[in-house]
Design a protein around this ligand. Structure first.
Ligand SMILES: O=P(O)(O)OC[C@H]1O[C@H](O[C@H]2O[C@H](CO)[C@@H](O)[C@H](O)[C@H]2O)[C@H](O)[C@@H](O)[C@@H]1O
Ligand code: MG
Length: 264
């Protein structure tokens, strides 16, 4: 293909341009790992208020086909919830920040919430009711407390979740995010998920490209970089991020992905 300055990647830094250009020109050389909230989708006021652009699932399907299936979703969402977003297509996916997985063989690894954790979630829900507009998102083996609609409760939310992290014990860990504080299974991270995908075809032997927007994505950025790949953070450039490149918004990323499909 030929490229010129009007193309989406021509506005970026040289290293980012080169990675984005190479994904278009050599889709079989790359393995793509995509976060959902704040990356593929614009952030919304509440977890269920997300808008999925009608063309997004099909665009990802086309790109995945060009990459011979080496495209995976790596999200903090529960795996089965995230699957619904991309219907009727089904991608290799990691949920709960790496705790849940489904590889290309279709084998589903889900985490079951033990009774003690279910009781803990019930108690958390009761205590959160004292904080108007703070939302509890029950994700099965993880639970999130969202304060996007009630930013003045940030400190209280964090303190409450730290208390509950102690009660939950070592099998759960605290995960901070954008206007959210979560308790998630401690056994795996997004980096672990990326490594597990990379151990098998069609991912094996390719350069990983990790794209995300939040603290939870930093481990997969670092791992993608260490494996000779590349990492892109959606949002403003950040000195504390491991990501090597920056794309300003989910819309810019979606525009680039649409361009990559048309031209690869
Ligand atoms: O790893 P991700 O796919 O980015 O998931 C991270 C968390 O995303 C969701 O929360 C965030 O998005 C919401 C919808 O835009 C927004 O209202 C919230 O403030 C954000 O923190 C999701 O609800 C969490 O379960 C994910 O862990
Ligand atoms: Mg995100």
């Amino acid at each position: 293909m030929t490229t010129d300055d009007s193309k989406p990647f021509a506005r970026k830094t040289p290293a980012l341009d080169a990675a984005l250009r190479d994904l278009v020109e050599n889709p079989l050389a790359w393995a793509l790992f995509l976060d959902i909230d704040g990356t593929l989708l614009d952030l919304a006021p509440t977890p269920d208020a997300i808008h999925v652009p009608a063309e997004l699932p099909e665009n990802l399907h086309h790109l995945s086909t060009r990459m011979d299936g080496a495209l995976a979703i790596v999200t903090g969402r529960a795996l089965l919830y995230a699957d619904e977003i991309f219907q009727p297509f089904e991608f290799p996916i990691a949920g709960l920040h790496g705790g849940e997985m489904r590889g290309t063989d279709g084998h589903l690894l889900l985490v079951e919430a033990p009774t003690a954790f279910a009781i803990l979630k019930g108690n958390l829900l009761a205590e959160a009711q004292n904080m108007p507009d703070v939302l509890v998102e029950d994700k099965g083996a993880a639970v999130a407390l969202h304060y996007r609609l009630a930013p003045s409760f940030e400190q209280e939310v964090e303190a409450l979740m730290r208390r509950y992290a102690k009660k939950a014990g070592p099998d759960w860990t605290l995960q901070m995010g954008k206007k959210v504080c979560e308790l998630r299974p401690a056994g795996a991270s997004k980096a672990d998920a990326l490594e597990r995908f990379m151990a098998n075809p069609p991912f094996r032997g390719r350069r990983p490209l990790a794209i995300g927007d939040d603290l939870t994505d930093e481990t997969m950025f670092a791992t993608a970089n260490a494996m000779g790949g590349y990492s892109i953070r959606i949002g403003r450039r950040s000195a504390v991020s491991c990501a090597r490149g920056t794309i300003q918004s989910p819309q810019d990323l979606r525009d680039y992905l649409a361009f990559a499909i048309e031209n690869s």
